[in-house]
Design a protein around this ligand. Structure first.
Ligand code: ATP
Length: 259
C-alpha cells in the first residue's frame, strides 16, 4: 500500500508521484508548474492561476464533464474547418502540456505561437526551446511584428502571420482583456478555462471548462476521430454546439455538484 502522507508536492521527478494517488493529477500539475518556474518558462503569477484552476477542478470532480467533452468535439471541428488555426502558448500551458499542444497542432494543421502576459525575450526563447524539445518545428511569437488593437503595448504583441492572421485561435488560460480584444478582432476563440465565470470563457465561441491536462488530449482525440469527416458533418457539429448551455452546465456542476 502506498503511504500517501510521504508523497510531498515537491518531488524531484514527476515519475515519483504515484499514479494511484487520489490527488494524482493535482500533484502532477503543481509539480509541472513548479518546474516551469524553475526553468524560467512560467512566471511566478502562473502559480496563482494554477491554484485558482485547481480549486475549480476540485469542485468539478476533477473529470471531464459531458458538456466539456461536447465543447472539445466542437473545438476539434472548428480547428479542422479553419483556414489558419493557431494555438496560443503561455507559461502555464508550456509547463503543463507542451507535447500535447504539439500533437494537437499536428493533428489539425495549426500553428503554435508563444503569447505571454508577462513578456520578456528570455521567457519567450525558453518557451520556444521547450516546445522544440517536445517536437515543435515552427514556433511563432518571436517576431511580434503585429498588434492586437485596443490593448496596451506589451500584451498587444503578436506575429503578423500567426495570431494576427488566424481565423480560429485556441487560447487556454487566457487573460480576460486579451480574450475580449481577440474576439473584437472577429477571431473564433476556443478558450480552455476551469472557471466558467471568468471573462475569457464568457467571450469564447467555444468555452471548454476542463483542466487543460485533460482537455488538450481529448480535443486531439476528437480531431483524429473526425479527420475523415465531410465538411457538412463538421459544420453540423459546430452549429449544434450551445455555448451558453456549456457555461451554465459547468457553473451548475461547480455550485451544486456532489463531492
Ligand atoms: P479573467 O482575467 O479572465 O477575468 P482571472 O484573472 O481569474 O480571469 P487569470 O489569472 O488571468 O484569470 O487566468 C487563470 C485562469 O486559468 C483562471 O480562470 C483559472 O481557473 C484557469 N486555470 C488555471 N489552471 C488551469 C488548468 N490547469 N486548466 C484550465 N484552466 C486553468
Amino acid at each position: 500500500m502506498t503511504d500517501y502522507d510521504t508523497v510531498s508536492a515537491d518531488v524531484e521527478h514527476e515519475e515519483e508521484i504515484p499514479e494511484d494517488h487520489p490527488r494524482y493529477q493535482d500533484l502532477l500539475t503543481r509539480h509541472r508548474i513548479e518546474n516551469g518556474v524553475e526553468k524560467g518558462i512560467t512566471h511566478l503569477q502562473g502559480m496563482h492561476a494554477e491554484g485558482r484552476g485547481s480549486a475549480f477542478d476540485y469542485l468539478l470532480g476533477e473529470e471531464t464533464i459531458p458538456s466539456a467533452d461536447e465543447a472539445e468535439r466542437a473545438a476539434a471541428a472548428h480547428l479542422l474547418l479553419a483556414e489558419r488555426p493557431v494555438l496560443s502558448i503561455n507559461g502555464n500551458v508550456a509547463a503543463l502540456v507542451p507535447g500535447e499542444m504539439v500533437e494537437l497542432a499536428d493533428a489539425v494543421g495549426a500553428g503554435l505561437e508563444v503569447n505571454l502576459f508577462n513578456r520578456t525575450p528570455e521567457r519567450i526563447e525558453a518557451i520556444a526551446d521547450h516546445l522544440r524539445e517536445h517536437g515543435a518545428e515552427d514556433v511563432k511569437g518571436l517576431e511580434a511584428d503585429a498588434r492586437i488593437p485596443n490593448l496596451d503595448h506589451q500584451r498587444a504583441k503578436v506575429d503578423a502571420d500567426g495570431i494576427h492572421a488566424a481565423d480560429v485561435v485556441v487560447v487556454p488560460l487566457e487573460d480576460g482583456d486579451r480574450a475580449e480584444a481577440l474576439e473584437a478582432m472577429g477571431k473564433t476563440e476556443i478558450v480552455i478555462d476551469l472557471n466558467p465565470l471568468s471573462r475569457s470563457p464568457q467571450v469564447a465561441e467555444v468555452p471548454i471548462v476542463d483542466n487543460i491536462i485533460r482537455a488538450v488530449p481529448n480535443v486531439t482525440a476528437h480531431a483524429r476521430d473526425l479527420a475523415g469527416a465531410k465538411e457538412a458533418e463538421l459544420r453540423t457539429i459546430v452549429e449544434s454546439f450551445d455555448r451558453e448551455a456549456a457555461l451554465e452546465t459547468a457553473e451548475r456542476r461547480i455550485r451544486d455538484g456532489e463531492l
